[in-house]
Ligand binder design. Structure first.
Ligand code: C5P
Length: 403
């Protein structure tokens, strides 16, 4: 899956001959799973029609502040478009538009939108070689990059004038790859290894029965997805859960019992930077597991139980440079108990969810958490989807790790 999937991409098209290639550029962004809107300079319409780009992007294409021939026309809101975008790419970017971007001369919708954009802006210069080589053009490139814009280098080759040299707009596939790589390289967890335990554990009584719990594994799975979206390599150790997960950056190891989960954690813990114990691990298991199905008898029946390993506590004791996060599901004295766990298990952060809160806990799609860090600072969050909770948790981890 491309990092562009779900991203809102605003393409700005200016009046260069390479504008004909933007039809393909729109297609490639759409194929990568992005949502695309296009804004053009008025003269760009001489090179490619708005109809082509609106058909491919499935969105209206604007080139003026309002439709002049329509007296009831609505204002085309450049501020709204600038805020809407997760990223803006100006391709082809002519010398004229680039110099306007430097001076802030917003006499067309495209430059006004650029000035309103809060997102990263990429520009792919396209011009003839003499224009490209002119000192003023080089100053423009430098100034724009100084402002934080990202230049997608032009290629050298045959130009529309028939001359050969630098100034050809990068090919659409190169532009898309450049942006994908740039996003990947800037992800906050790039190169980080994250270990997550999730789901319940089942402790066998006999070949057909077990002691388990209601954990769905969803919170841990959402944490794994959030970590990989932030650029991490994730090892997810998942107890018996019905959730199916396939992701190139998430290695899933399926386990059943607390002992199997423990053994897997032991084999991976040294090689991780962040570890999160989100599993609802059984605290006890049957001391003796029957080989055969236990037959019922007339009287009472009891099972002798023994303690399982506390996996998180082991991780806390063995901690070197790892950032360690635990969960606490409490029904009473919530904060007090969570703080004790944070200390006893040598954690850097604990995620408290109370069974007293409606919609919180380990069964549903939502959770309501309170985060407590090693300084006992407390942050309470509203009821949210578990995917959003996972993002809140990683925001906090990133903040604490960078302190
Ligand atoms: O002490 P308590 O079980 O309430 O702590 C919960 C936290 O400890 C969770 O993060 C859970 O994943 C972890 N835990 C563990 N191994 C156990 C029991 C709990 O990793 N055997």
């Amino acid at each position: 899956m491309s990092v562009l999937s779900g991203k809102k991409v605003l393409i700005g098209v200016t009046a260069g001959i390479a504008a004909y290639k933007t039809a393909n550029l729109v297609r490639l962004f759409i194929k990568a799973g992005a949502e695309v809107r296009v804004v053009m300079t008025p003269s760009a319409k001489d090179f490619i029609t708005p109809l082509t780009l609106s058909t491919l992007s499935k969105n209206p294409v604007y080139s003026s502040f309002f439709e002049e021939e329509d007296e009831n026309a609505l204002w085309h809101n450049h501020v709204e478009m600038g805020i809407w975008a997760d990223l803006m790419v100006i391709a082809p970017a002519t010398a004229n538009t680039l110099s306007k971007m430097v001076s802030g001369s917003s006499d067309n919708l495209l430059v006004a939108t650029y000035l309103s954009a809060k997102c990263p802006v990429y520009f792919a210069p396209a011009m003839d070689l003499d224009m490209y080589n002119h000192p003023s053009t080089h100053q423009t490139f430098e100034k724009l990059q100084e402002y934080g814009n990202i230049m997608i280098p032009s290629e050298s080759g045959e130009l529309a004038s028939g001359l050969v040299g630098p100034g050809r707009m990068a090919e659409p596939s190169t532009i898309v790859r450049f942006i994908e790589n740039d996003i990947l390289n800037k992800l906050p967890l790039k190169g980080t290894k994250v270990l997550i335990t999730a789901g319940p554990t089942y402790e066998a009584i006999d070949p057909v029965r077990f002691i388990g719990n209601h954990s769905s594994g969803r919170m841990g799975v959402e944490l794994a997805k959030a970590a990989s979206n932030l650029g991490a390599h994730v090892n997810l150790i998942l107890g018996p859960s019905s959730i199916q997960i396939e992701h190139s950056q998430i290695k899933v190891t399926r386990v059943v019992s607390a002992q199997e989960m423990f053994d897997t954690v032991v084999s991976l813990y040294n090689d991780c930077d962040i570890a999160i114990g989100a599993a609802a691990v059984a605290d006890y298991r049957p001391k003796y597991v029957s080989d055969q199905k236990i037959k019922k008898t007339g009287g009472e029946f009891s099972i002798e139980l023994e303690r399982t390993n506390d996996i998180l506590k082991w991780m806390g004791a063995e901690k070197k440079n790892q950032f360690l996060v635990g969960f606490a599901l409490e029904t009473q004295n919530e904060e007090e108990n969570a703080k004790n766990k944070l200390k006893n298990k040598n954690l850097d952060l604990i995620v408290l969810n109370s069974l007293n809160d409606k919609g919180a806990g380990f069964k549903g799609q939502t959770n309501k958490v309170t985060l407590i860090n090693h300084k006992f600072e407390i942050k309470a969050f509203d009821l949210k989807n578990k995917s959003e909770v996972a993002q809140d948790i990683f925001n906090e981890i990133n903040t604490l790790k960078n302190e």
